[in-house]
Design a protein around this ligand. Structure first.
Ligand SMILES: NC(=O)c1ccc[n+]([C@@H]2O[C@H](COP(=O)([O-])OP(=O)(O)OC[C@H]3O[C@@H](n4cnc5c(N)ncnc54)[C@H](OP(=O)(O)O)[C@@H]3O)[C@@H](O)[C@H]2O)c1
Length: 311
């Protein structure tokens, strides 16, 4: 038996509940992991609230539901065709979109959905990487090669702080916005310019970027069109208001929604950036049993980088 944090219904952090689950043996291409850290993502809080598309996929299925996509840990048992062995450290994606299961002491995951923990990472950085890193990689795939000047609105959060570093590694000009409290952190990411999002951006930035990446979505996302050059690209990241932002496209701007790619190709890209020394920043480590506190922090504390659960 192992501990897992599940939701007992839709609602606030109080619906997160510690349960005990029966472990299972991995199939030939699977790994059974002792999970040591698990990244907390906004999608987890949206599933908990019942507002994410994942909830539609699971409509009618009885609670409790598992939660959490990101895991890092040690292989307890490796399937014969998995390419890994007991004792290996891996990071990856736990469960399917309709059935996440990362908030747990154990998880069985497909070996195609993970990579070895890069040598320069500690296990908490490893748990922080999967969803945010795969999303950042998928955003870059949507950008034209000649998009030299990129603005990231929300550039110090989970996705943004990795994307900023990946884009700088690719040699692009990167400007980003964040709240005032994160301005100093933003400078450590190597960005060429940083702006406080509570203030109007300078007039000279209007139509000033080949590509703009929208992390906040909604009205803020729609307002970001003003900073995209004619014929430029706007990538909107939050699915929850993505269609709304895309519908507002004008001046020939290409507006697209990203979906975090979970394929061998995107994992390979993630590995490439990790080997180049780019690591996620872990702002807080919270015990698995205190997952409710982690959800409160994610929503209210405006921490830079990532929050991870430790199991
Ligand atoms: N489509 C997909 O496949 C996919 C994948 C991953 C994530 N997402 C979604 O993308 C969004 C970002 O994810 P994340 O993990 O980076 O979230 P996060 O860690 O919570 O970061 C959110 C970022 O947005 C900033 N922000 C908040 N209000 C803002 C505003 N008015 N203007 C500009 N920036 C603002 C925050 O800055 P401060 O902290 O400084 O306030 C922070 O940098 C979430 O909605 C998430 O659900 C979608």
């Amino acid at each position: 038996m192992y501990k897992a944090v599940c939701i007992t219904g839709f609602g606030g952090p109080e619906v997160l509940s510690v349960m005990h689950k029966e472990g299972r043996r991995p199939g030939p291409s699977e790994l059974r992991l002792r999970v040591l850290s698990c990244g907390v993502n906004p999608i987890d809080t949206k599933i908990r609230e019942g507002t994410n598309f994942v909830c539609k996929l699971r409509e009618g299925m009885p609670f409790p539901w598992g939660l959490g996509f990101d895991v890092a840990g040690v292989v307890l048992e490796a399937g014969a065709d998995s390419g890994y062995q007991a004792g290996d450290e891996v990071l990856g994606i736990a469960g399917s979109p309709a059935d996440p299961c990362g908030y747990a002491e154990e998880a069985v995951i497909p070996s195609a959905m993970c990579i070895s923990v890069p040598p320069s990472f500690d296990i908490y950085e490893a748990g922080a990487l999967p969803t945010a890193g795969l999303t950042a990689v998928s955003i870059i795939k949507l950008l034209p090669k000649d998009a030299k000047r990129v603005l990231i609105a929300g550039g110090t959060g989970g996705v943004g702080h990795l994307l900023a570093q990946y884009l700088k590694h690719e040699g692009r000009y990167v400007a980003l916005t964040c709240s005032q409290k994160n301005l100093e952190f933003a400078k450590t990411l190597g960005a060429d310019a940083v702006y406080d999002y509570t203030e109007e951006l300078p007039q000279e930035l209007l139509k000033g970027f080949d590509a703009v990446i929208d992390m906040p979505g909604g009205k803020t996302g729609i307002g970001l069109y003003r900073y995209v050059k004619d014929q430029g690209t706007l990538v909107t990241v939050p699915t929850i208001t993505g269609d709304e932002v895309i519908a507002a496209a004008e001046r020939g701007i290409k507006a697209v929604l990203v979906r975090a790619g979970k394929t061998p190709k995107t994992f390979a890209e993630l590995e490439r950036y990790a080997k180049a020394g780019i690591r996620p920043f872990v702002a807080a480590k919270v015990r698995l049993e205190e997952a409710a506190q982690a959800h409160e922090l994610l929503r209210k504390a405006h921490l830079p980088g990532k929050i991870v659960l430790t199991a």
